[in-house]
Write a new protein. Structure first.
Length: 172
């Protein structure tokens, strides 16, 4: 499981740590990775240090390293309280990795068929959704493929450029 974010409260860092700890302790096959920096970085480091190697905290990564993490993750965990566009969700899905997160603005628009959203703030539902998706490789692969397809069709630079061109034409 991968968590990528600014390490700030509104991004759900503490919830991510809770889910990562619970699921990595419950199943020895599950590993967690946290990427990003911010004011809650010490909490992320402590979670990794106390996990007996089951959670890694990698700090901030460059684009190539981050893309490798998206590609190797089974799921991306997004317990954000709100998102503008949900870039992490779009990046994850572009890599074919499904997203499990809270049903909030931004994620609701970004995730769609490429993952599972649960009621905002429902940590128990988030754990169950993540666990269920981890345990079902066929469902995970299907969600990853659907998410990638939608992101490439709706959020590619060509598609965004075409939309911007339409907007500019309509106002000129």
């Amino acid at each position: 499981m991968l968590f990528v974010s600014r390490m700030e409260r509104e991004k759900g860092v503490l919830d991510a740590i809770s889910v990562l700890k619970t699921l990595t302790e419950a199943d020895a096959r599950v590993r967690g990775v946290m990427v990003g920096g911010g004011s809650l970085e010490p909490e992320a480091r402590r979670a990794a240090q106390s996990s007996r190697g089951r959670i890694e905290y990698l700090g901030a990564l460059g684009r190539d390293a981050l893309n490798r993490e998206y590609a190797r993750a089974a799921i991306v965990l997004m317990p954000s309280r709100f998102e503008g566009l949900g870039m992490v969700a779009l990046e994850a899905q572009a890599a074919g990795t499904p997203v499990v997160g809270f049903d909030v603005d931004g994620l609701r628009d970004a995730v769609g068929a490429g993952g599972v959203l649960v009621p905002a703030g429902d940590l128990s539902a988030l754990r169950v959704a993540a666990s269920d998706l981890l345990e079902d490789p066929d469902r995970r692969a299907e969600a990853g493929a659907r998410g990638r397809e939608v992101v490439l069709a709706e959020h590619s630079w060509d598609r965004i450029g075409a939309r911007l061109e339409e907007i500019y034409r309509s106002v000129t």
